[in-house]
Design a protein around this ligand. Structure first.
Ligand code: NAP
Length: 494
């Protein structure tokens, strides 16, 4: 099917329509937002096999993975809708008046309110969960915003099916038609025009550093700068500590072979760097990891651009002096396929060569041999911001390596012990975001209902009559949400 680019000249009018739809939608109660999101989920489910077979053809992802991803997307829509209705994310704060104080204290009530139209760029590696009706869109709808999605050019037909599901839900709920607008574009001009339009109030993006940073810069150069929540690149360092490694180097290597090659390595949480302390246990780990990696057959990557970038970046990393290939898939890869590979270098080579710090998006990982904790800490001090970091450690290791733990906590958004970074649970406590360049704003998450807060801002009402306040802040607390009243969290009325 041929999807024509949305003409640039049409973007101004469609952003104006999105703004008008926002003004209507933001007035609808939280319960309406939750119902709307439940119905999008229902419509996505009803899209059945057609959605899965279309996505399989466009992304090369297998059926089981796509079915799981659709379930996850449905769960996100429903659970973020429920969270919107529960209202904790609103951060409602009420400080009542005190006329006996000198000077008298006014009545002040604050809550989060929606920003306005949000432009979302679908991701190539999650055609459902981070795309058209994915986490960014769900959070924006939950916050009370209208959404304009730019379909990822690698899966336009998949995006169109999901867009139809959203449009059906809009119609079933009697919401404004332009609450959701779907845009196609194969040139960067489309993205630039959307981000720089005066009606756009925030941006959600998952993809390359180059793309995310360009959007971020345009957003900041506007007359009215706007927030861009871009998830870009992360190498997700892993630290193998000695007491734990003495116990089970082989088992750890098997677990990591699975994580490095999961989904042909096309996950933002793929473990790209593994640091260990030189010794027998690390040698055993390398040997087993190499054997397992050699046995993984190459598979097709998401799109030709990603396959090309993988081969180029892997070759560049392997051509650096002092970085040596341990093993790669024994079966030769086809042009669009990604072959698994694992390399090794020393901490001193790594510390002095920033090319080795860059993300190689695909099933490639590098083991860095450190002499001791001091060298490991020095290597960490050279790393940029990360979505995750992982310790393979016993409690003894954690007591023995305080400097490492302190240094790593500076650079990551999620700090894991004895696990793998791939697999991101959708729950309220999740943090999926980290210091730059993992994301452009480390204060927020793109997974879990706290992600709703990205698309809202605080508004304080001072001395408003009760009848004119939003329901969320009225004395009687008609929505029965948790609020902090005079510093006490409570559902009680005032
Ligand atoms: P991408 O090239 O960044 O594209 C993502 C979206 O942003 C597309 O809609 C693209 O549209 C748009 N875009 C990209 N650059 C732009 C620019 N300068 N101005 C305006 N819009 C722009 O990402 P991708 O195609 O998914 O993958 C490419 C690379 O991104 C991968 O090889 C990998 O390194 C990285 N990646 C990282 C993650 C992660 O989670 N860390 C996930 C996916 C991909 P146009 O193509 O029409 O410009």
């Amino acid at each position: 099917m041929n999807f024509k680019d949305t003409p640039i000249a049409e973007i101004d009018a469609l952003m104006e329509r999105s703004w008008k739809a926002f003004l209507v939608y933001r007035e609808r109660p939280l319960s309406d937002r939750a119902a709307f999101m439940r119905i999008i989920a229902e419509e996505m489910d009803a899209s059945g096999d057609e959605l899965i077979t279309t996505a399989m053809a466009e992304t090369n992802l297998p059926e089981a993975r796509l079915k799981n991803e659709r379930n996850r997307t449905i769960f996100q829509l429903k659970s973020y809708g429920e969270a919107a209705e529960r209202g904790d994310w609103l951060e409602a704060r009420i400080d009542t008046a005190d006329n006996n104080r000198n000077p008298p204290k006014p009545d002040i009530r604050k809550m989060l309110v929606p920003l306005g139209p949000v432009v979302v760029f679908g991701a190539s590696n999650f055609p459902f969960a981070y795309s058209t009706a994915g986490g960014d869109t769900a959070c924006a709808f939950a916050a009370g915003c209208s959404v304009v999605v730019k379909a990822h050019p690698a899966h336009p037909a998949t995006s169109a099916i999901v867009a139809t599901a959203i449009q059906k839900a809009i119609s079933r709920c009697g919401l404004p038609e332009d609450l959701f607008i779907h845009v196609f574009g194969t040139s960067t001009e489309t993205g630039k025009t959307l981000v720089t339009h005066k009606r756009t109030k925030a941006v959600g993006f998952t993809g390359s550093y180059t793309g995310g940073k360009a959007l971020f810069d345009w957003a900041n150069q506007r007359k009215e700068p706007i927030p861009v929540f871009a998830e870009m690149s992360s190498v997700n360092p892993v630290f193998l500590l000695p007491d734990q490694m003495e116990k089970e180097p082989e088992k750890t290597a098997e677990m990591y072979a699975g994580s490095i090659t999961l989904g042909v390595g096309q996950f933002c949480t793929n473990p790209g760097l593994i640091f260990g302390i030189k010794g027998d246990a690390l040698e055993k780990f390398k040997t087993v990891l190499g054997e397992k990696i050699a046995g993984v057959a190459p598979a097709k990557m998401l799109h030709p651009g990603i396959a090309k970038a993988y081969h180029e970046k892997k070759s560049k990393a392997l051509s650096q002096q002092g970085n040596t290939l341990i093993k790669e898939s024994t079966v030769k890869a086809g042009e669009l396929e990604g072959e698994a590979a694992v390399a090794t270098t020393t901490a001193s080579v790594f510390i002095n060569n920033t090319v080795l710090h860059e993300e190689v998006f695909g099933p490639y990982s590098m083991i860095i041999e450190c002499a001791d904790e001091k060298e490991m800490v020095e290597a960490v001090s050279k790393l940029e911001g990360q979505l995750t970091a992982t310790l393979m450690a016993t409690e003894k290791d954690m007591l023995d390596y305080p400097d490492l733990i302190s240094e790593v906590s500076n650079i990551c958004g999620r700090f894991i012990v004895n696990g793998v970074p791939t697999g991101v649970e959708v729950c309220l406590a999740m943090q999926h975001g980290g210091p730059f360049p993992a994301t452009t704003d480390s204060r927020f998450t793109s997974v879990g209902a706290d992600g709703i807060k990205r698309f809202a801002r605080p508004l304080a009402y001072q001395n408003w009559p009760d009848s004119q306040l939003p329901d969320e802040l009225k004395n009687a607390n008609p929505l029965q949400i948790y609020r902090t009243v005079n510093n006490e969290p409570t559902k009680n009325s005032i």
